[in-house]
Ligand binder design. Sequence first.
Ligand code: NDP
Length: 329
Amino acid sequence: MTEFKALLVSEDATGAFKREVVGRKVEQLPQGELLIRVRYSSLNYKDALSASGNRGVTKAYPHTPGIDAAGVVEASSVAEFAVGDEVIVTGYDLGMNTAGGFGQYIRVPAAWAIKRPQGLPLREAMILGTAGLTAALCVDKLEQAGVVPEAGTVLVTGATGGVGSIAVVLLKQLGYRVAAATGKAEQGDFLRGLGADEIVSREELQQGGERPLLKERWAGAVDTVGGEILFNVVKSLRHSASVACCGLTAGVGFQANVLPFILRGVNLLGVDSVELPLVVKASMWDKLSLQWKLDLAPLCQEIGLAELPAAIERILSGGMVGRILVRLD
Ligand code: NDP
């Protein structure tokens, strides 16, 4: 019986959720074709929701969150994977209702795993994690909709967060002029260091009121926050421009009207990195290992399992800056 360490979230008699690092046994993991020794995971907003009892993410506790995992296959019952293969697993049910990457072992269906691309070591893959995959999918969707660097400034909301900060780096590397919207005025230098050409305050994007249209400003946008900010961004897109919508930290609902769509021909593009077919995920990971390879060292902080509970509090309070890489040693 292999014992391993994992973060376990459990509910007490008062309905409160506690998070502690405990010993688990491999036998306690769900059935699956691949047993993986996790080397790295990362912290995403959804992990914090799972770790705080959000039933929309995780129905049953005790539970080990972690929607991202990168590690080495220790046992495989399928021909496609052999012992020793280095693999990446993100999304699907990992860390939601299946024990996730905040444990040293996971057991998952082979259909959730991809072999890591040659140019992307496991550690780099997890600095990207779901956040990086999502940022890349957003930028890819914008480009498919015709956004090009010559068109003008691209806005990123929630810019200091995981998805936002990687979107800033990627857009800059691709030659875009980038505006970074943030609620953290003190992080201007951090964002400029990542490549932001302009800092926009979150408050400014909250001013849209009842006006059906705002001044045309953005050639494109990556929106990681949703809510009223998202629709104010839609209202300030230039003619034919697009916004990729992937997040909800500012809220899930917004008041909309048709004028930006029928007078300016703008596009609101949805992005999901979780249930996306594996083949599409794999092609995006390939891109991130080659032509979209990024230097993310300036935005990454590495921690161990013991430091996760404090990091979870930080991301829940909106205080996240960059990416948290989790080492499972
Ligand atoms: P982070 O917590 O790292 O980043 C979110 C950022 O949003 C914060 O850093 C902050 O940035 C901003 N923010 C926080 N609270 C508020 C608020 N009340 N109003 C406005 N802005 C706020 O999260 P992630 O980067 O991991 O995820 C971002 C969003 O994308 C989440 O909602 C997540 O669920 C979603 N997501 C969706 C995916 C998909 O497949 N569609 C995949 C991955 C993530 P700042 O202070 O700079 O404004």
